[in-house]
Write a new protein. Structure first.
Length: 429
């Protein structure tokens, strides 16, 4: 039996789940298909920062609205996601880095944001016990927040289900079906689906799914390692901090920590074939980037070559679960202990990693394509899409059913990579 939806969604990360909720609440018939479990990839593995601070100026209006969605989210879905609006603080240890923050703030102020420069002493007031001897200053945004990634997208998906969405997990989408230049539905692991529009928010897999309909999207993966400590004796602080180590104290007192200064890239066929689009970005970050060649190259080689191999890989990797970098984890833990006083006797309780999907300018693609008509792409959130997930999902939903979004998203069109636009990464964090 062919199932029929107004909108079919590929991917159950935070973007897909919020799109499903928005559509179901508006009375649309929506089906979401996820190859593994809800939020099995980036959306449950991230640090949990919901920040506007340091973003590309094009993202600031989206994130202003995005934060309004987060402020209302728990009331909207009737469940807690451990939302706390305790601010975000990023520290600089050189004058050059501080200058980048000042330049960003000059632009951000035109959007009336509450970000401000802070002295080392002011930073230590924001986060008591923070050691700031090697710090020259920082940037602080009091209205930024945080939430628990393991809770957020699953709770949104449940709310979408209650609102009438069909949410199917363990169901890979093998192909986006197209006839006469427009999408007609999906071929899924549980059979065919007909749909008036398709939202492709498949995170790291998006470019591979797009290749099946003859569309190119430059997108690479970065392996990001995270650790969680045992609960610390400190009273839980609600400010997310980036001070050479990124850390966020959770409600139970434990810390999520990650190396803010190192990024691992597993070389794959895409690195070699698409790497040229990323050269300016790689040059900017060459000091923090570490390249690795090994098993992932061979594991994902076929995906680049055939849609049949992609089909098999979607089943083999129900959730991408890369190996965390032990050196990066150990360095983050040491840096946390050097940066914060009174942590008590804590140890590493858990480590994990995730593949971040990123674009050459480190901002997403949020676009309704001309060809195939009816296909909305919302992906490439470049390591900061947990915070922007709900607003991205809402914009994708608007594009799918109304054809036009409620905010200006021209900067996020896919064609910027081919229409001669200048591709520059403008984020400073
Ligand atoms: C370690 C780490 C730290 C991060 N820290 C932060 C942070 O602090 N703040 C922040 O804002 N962002 C952060 N991010 C980034 C953020 O997690 C992502 O940008 C965001 O979660 C992306 O959401 P998504 O819905 O686009 O993709 P994903 O969460 O990756 O979801 C895509 C889903 O699509 C599914 N899928 C793919 N292909 C198919 C298919 N063919 N059929 C069916 N299902 C399919 C996948 O299984 C996956 O569940 C971090 C990311 C990582 C990895």
């Amino acid at each position: 039996m062919i199932r029929d939806y107004d909108v079919a969604i590929v991917g159950g990360g935070i973007v897909g789940c919020y799109a499903a909720l928005h559509l179901a609440k508006a009375g649309h018939k929506v089906g979401l298909f996820e190859k593994g479990r809800i939020a099995g990839e980036q959306s449950s593995r991230n640090w949990g920062f919901v920040r506007l601070q340091g973003r590309d100026p094009a993202e600031i209006p989206l994130m202003i609205e995005g934060k309004r969605l987060w402020e209302r989210l728990e009331a909207e879905i009737g469940e807690t996601v451990d939302w706390r609006q305790g601010g975000n603080l990023v520290l600089a240890d050189t004058k050059e880095r501080l200058g980048q923050f000042e330049d960003w703030l000059a632009v951000a102020k035109t959007f009336q944001v509450d970000s401000r420069m802070v002295t080392p002493a002011e930073a230590a007031e924001v986060v008591p016990g923070l050691r700031t001897d090697a710090v020259v200053g920082g940037l602080h945004t009091p209205s930024d927040g945080q939430a628990e990634p393991e809770k957020a997208a699953p709770a949104i998906a449940e709310a979408a289900r209650r609102a009438g969405a069909h949410i199917e997990t363990g169901c890979a989408v093998d192909r986006i079906e197209v006839a006469d230049g427009r999408v007609t539905g999906l071929e899924t692991e549980s059979g065919p689906v007909r749909a008036g529009a398709v939202i492709l928010c498949a995170g790291a897999w998006t470019k591979h799914m797009l290749r099946g309909v003859g569309v190119r999207m430059p997108q690479l993966w970065m392996r990001a390692s995270v650790a969680r400590t045992s609960p610390s004796g400190r009273d839980p602080m609600a400010t997310g901090v980036w001070a050479g180590v990124a850390f966020r104290q959770r409600i139970d007192g434990s810390f999520n920590i990650a190396g803010g200064t190192q990024a691992d890239h597993d070389i794959m066929a895409d690195t070699l074939l698409d790497g040229i689009s990323f050269l300016p970005l790689l040059r900017m970050h060459n000091q923090m980037l570490k390249l690795h060649f090994g098993a992932p190259f061979f594991d994902f080689l076929g995906v680049r070559l055939s849609q049949d191999a992609l089909r098999r890989a979607l089943r083999r990797h129900r959730a991408l679960d890369p190996t965390p970098n032990p050196k990066s984890v150990a360095a983050s833990f040491q840096k946390l202990k050097d940066s914060v006083a009174d942590l008590g006797d804590i140890h590493i309780a858990k480590t994990w990693a995730g593949y971040i999907d990123f674009t050459p300018d480190f901002i997403p693609v949020i676009d309704r394509l001309d060809r195939p008509e009816g296909l909305v792409v919302a992906a490439g959130l470049s390591g900061h899409g947990f915070g922007m997930g709900p607003i991205t999902g809402r914009l994708a939903a608007e594009l799918a059913v109304e054809g036009k979004p409620s905010l200006d998203i021209d900067a996020f069109r896919l064609a910027r990579f081919s229409d001669g636009a200048k591709i520059v990464a403008r984020n400073v964090i």
